[in-house]
Design a protein around this ligand. Structure first.
Ligand code: CMC
Length: 430
């Protein structure tokens, strides 16, 4: 028997079982030996929403939700946000180590080589209604990439996998920028590989066609956007990453799996919350209306968007960094008038027993929208920016899943609650 084990007594049969404990977990399949008879399927664990289920072993992101700690590959998020760049962080997530100067230069070139989209992708984007949500456009066009690169299905070939990682990281900002310009009815702007990853993204978003020969990103705004991408790059087994892993586990190409992850991220309980925060602040309108809004939240009428987290039961470390970055942006763009309102909402919520007792703190989405808005993004683009950043984490997690010998196609079980063995009733008799 291993030194750490769990003794289970099945009170239905009086039998005792020893189940090994490793890394603070028991293996759910070990429960299957617990049976009431030979033809019993065996005991299973029931865990809707995976509240207490570990689905993988991962060395990518570490979160201590009680202490408010987030590390990528062992490096604290605060240090990465202060000292590194998004491309460096993406390399770290995918490869496990910080790149050397040469490795970073090579990685950046490989990614920049994939900035361009096939011209036909523009036709897909052109086909969308001008009021189409850019997340819908992003999801569809990432899925469409699958049809352009059929070799990408060769997911167990390391070189092919590497190429798709470069490709996706390269094309996401272009797809995002094209979706943005489509909403505004503006012509698409080709990428400029002479600029940094973020600088090029800003150019594709905001270059005034015909009016500017070359777009020069404002260094403070470029840095702020880079920091936001770093903060959103990975967050272990959240809803969209789980979608990436689950869909990836049936072995489609990574474009299909990423499209699924984008769909998961779009929801208002996940990445879509940043857009909802802005709507909420607009609805509240002024500081004097905050107490009344909090009252409505406490009666269960609605949630306070940008608050609460499945894992963080303390201040989300990303929210503190974003709050600081907001002031750097506002120094250039002027203050977002919603900031005061957000601070007041946070102040009141954090002194109210409803939020304190439930350990509900601002999460990454509470302040990010205010910065994005100050940078000039419409609210519909907020979650798109989240997706551009999270692509790095999704791809790192997807690759880790594929290389993990223990992983198989994801296939949970169910407790069946429906009818059985009914006899078909012809239409005339119903
Ligand atoms: N406002 C008001 N009450 C809340 C909130 C909120 N934002 N979040 C949780 N609660 C309450 C919830 O009603 C429950 O109360 P009770 O115990 O009385 O039933 C209690 O707090 C525990 O919440 P839960 O629903 O069990 O928590 P969960 O882990 O299932 O949900 C969450 C986590 C993030 C979905 C949820 O907190 C939420 O909906 N927040 C608002 C949406 C949001 O900001 N999402 C972004 C998450 S961070 C970025 C990302 O990962 O995408």
């Amino acid at each position: 028997m291993p030194t750490e084990s769990l003794t289970i007594t099945d009170n239905r049969t009086g039998k005792k079982y020893e189940v090994p404990i490793a890394d603070g977990t028991i293996r759910a399949p070990d429960l299957r030996q617990i049976k009431t008879s030979d033809d019993d399927f065996g005991l299973m664990s029931y865990d809707p929403a995976f509240m207490n289920t570990v689905s993988c072993r991962s060395a990518i992101a570490f979160i201590d939700g009680d202490r408010g700690i987030l590390e990528y590959r062992g490096y604290p998020i605060e240090q990465l946000a202060e000292k590194s760049t998004f491309l460096e962080v993406a390399y770290l997530l995918v490869h496990g180590e910080l790149p050397t100067k040469t490795q970073l230069a090579d990685w950046s070139t490989q990614i920049a080589n994939h900035y361009m989209l096939h011209e036909n992708i523009k036709k897909f984007i052109d086909g969308f209604h001008h009021e189409a949500h850019p997340m819908g456009m992003l999801l569809s066009t990432v899925g469409a990439l699958s049809t352009f690169y059929p070799e990408s299905k060769n997911i167990f070939d390391a070189a092919t996998r590497r190429k798709q990682i470069h490709r996706l990281l390269g094309k996401m900002p272009t797809l995002a920028a094209y979706a943005h310009r489509h909403c505004l009815g503006l012509p698409y702007e080709y990428p400029d590989p002479r600029l940094s990853y973020v600088g090029n993204f800003m150019a594709m978003l905001w270059k005034r066609t015909g009016a500017e020969d070359r777009y020069t990103p404002h260094p403070a705004l470029e840095r702020a956007l880079d920091i936001l991408l770093i903060l959103h790059a990975d967050h272990e087994q959240n809803c969209s990453t789980s979608a990436m892993r689950v869909v990836g586990s049936s072995h489609p190409d990574p474009f299909c799996a990423t499209a699924a992850a984008i769909g998961a991220l779009f929801g208002p309980l996940h990445g879509g919350a940043n857009e909802e925060v802005l709507k909420m602040l607009r609805e509240i309108g002024s500081k004097d209306k905050v107490p009344d809004y909090i009252k409505r939240v406490k009666t269960g009428e609605m949630k306070l968007m940008g608050f609460g987290h499945r894992v963080y039961k303390n201040y989300d470390p990303r929210a503190s960094i974003i709050k600081k970055a907001a002031y750097d942006v506002f120094a250039v763009t002027g203050t977002n008038p919603m900031l005061e309102l957000a601070i007041e909402l946070e102040r009141i919520a954090l002194s109210d027993d409803y939020f304190v007792s439930r350990k509900l703190y601002p999460n990454v989405d509470f302040y990010s929208g205010l910065i994005y808005e100050a940078l000039g993004f419409p609210a519909e683009m907020f979650t798109v920016l989240f997706a551009v950043a999270r692509t790095a984490g999704w791809l790192a997690q997807w690759q880790e899943m594929l290389l993990d010998k223990e992983q198989k196609i994801a296939r949970p079980r169910q407790v069946f609650t429906g009818h059985r063995q009914r006899t078909y009733v012809p239409m005339a008799q119903r």
